[in-house]
Write a protein that binds this ligand. Structure first.
Ligand SMILES: C[S@@+](CC[C@H](N)C(=O)[O-])C[C@H]1O[C@@H](n2cnc3c(N)ncnc32)[C@H](O)[C@@H]1O
Length: 272
């Protein structure tokens, strides 16, 4: 496995994923204490002066987010989180999903993040040290999340694989299906890259075979999907979307496509 999220932290795809996760968590809060499960947690917190400076993806993502003059509310919510980690106004630190979620937990909420790579899991645990409701576990998130989800009714689950293994799409679809079939109150959000439509449609077919639960697809396309070797956009596929998800996803994906995309960029939010 070669994937290192430190090269991609703070890119446009992180902005879509994290703004939507923040909104889902806030919405979930209305129903009482929340358990958030993160199958592919990563390091938790990223110093953008490292690998991200070399890839320049954060420069095209979070740096432009923080420089933007007009930000709609759900984008502003993410910008506020980034600003809180960077008090001297330079954008040096970017929160991964673990720290972003841990910072938003209330007293009775919990977060468990799973990470396969031992050295990254060490960073994950270190990043969560000051958050009593949050913990990092070493191991295969697809396997470990089901038991945790069974114990916590109505969990909010994020599935965010690197998609470097051929079976990631299949395992993501099967895991999402198994969770919502066992607990109709669970919400599962799967992040995927958008390279070509065949791959994405294949994932949606696998998901439809795994569950009949309602599914919303939120796409932010930065350019037409003509080059399958590039990440031309990204999608969040939300199973059991709560009321208001269509509008929230439209606001978030629309801002990212309009502000960070090329000519021909567009957002699409639809139901499978
Ligand atoms: C896209 S990154 C996660 C980013 C993180 N969710 C965030 O938003 O900040 C994917 C992570 O999953 C880890 N990983 C890969 N396969 C895994 C598996 N089967 N179970 C748990 N973690 C895995 C990788 O090492 C990598 O750190």
């Amino acid at each position: 496995m070669n994937y290192r999220h430190s090269f991609h932290a703070g890119n446009f795809a992180d902005l879509v994923k994290h703004a939507l996760v923040l909104w889902l968590l806030k919405t979930r809060h209305a129903a009482g204490p929340v358990m958030v499960l993160d199958t592919h947690a990563g390091a938790g917190l990223y110093d953008l002066t490292g690998d991200a400076a070399r890839s320049r993806e954060a420069e095209a993502g979070v740096a432009r987010l923080m420089a933007a003059e007009a930000r709609p509310p759900l984008i502003e919510a993410l910008a506020s989180e980034v600003a809180a980690l960077n008090p001297d106004s330079q954008v040096r630190f970017y929160p991964g999903s673990p720290v972003l979620i841990a910072r938003a937990l209330r007293a009775d909420d919990h977060y468990v993040g799973f990470e396969l790579r031992e050295e990254v899991a060490g960073l994950l645990r270190e990043s969560l040290r000051d958050f009593p409701g949050a913990r990092g576990e070493i191991g295969d998130g697809y396997d470990l999340v089901r038991a945790e989800a069974r114990q916590a009714r109505g969990a909010l689950v994020l599935i965010d694989p690197p998609f470097e293994r051929p079976d990631d799409y299949l395992r993501a679809a099967e895991t999402a299906g198994a969770i919502v079939n066992a607990d109709p109150d669970a919400i599962v959000a799967v992040w995927t890259p958008l390279k070509d439509l065949e791959t994405f449609d294949g994932f949606l077919r696998r998901l439809a075979a795994a569950t009949t639960a309602p599914t919303l697809i939120a796409e932010a396309r930065l350019r037409p999907l003509t080059d399958p070797m590039k990440m031309n956009g990204c999608a969040m596929v939300i199973v059991n979307p709560p009321a208001g998800t269509d509008a929230a996803a439209t606001e978030i994906c629309g801002w990212v496509a309009d502000t960070l995309g090329d000519a021909g960029a567009r957002a699409e939010v639809w139901r499978a």
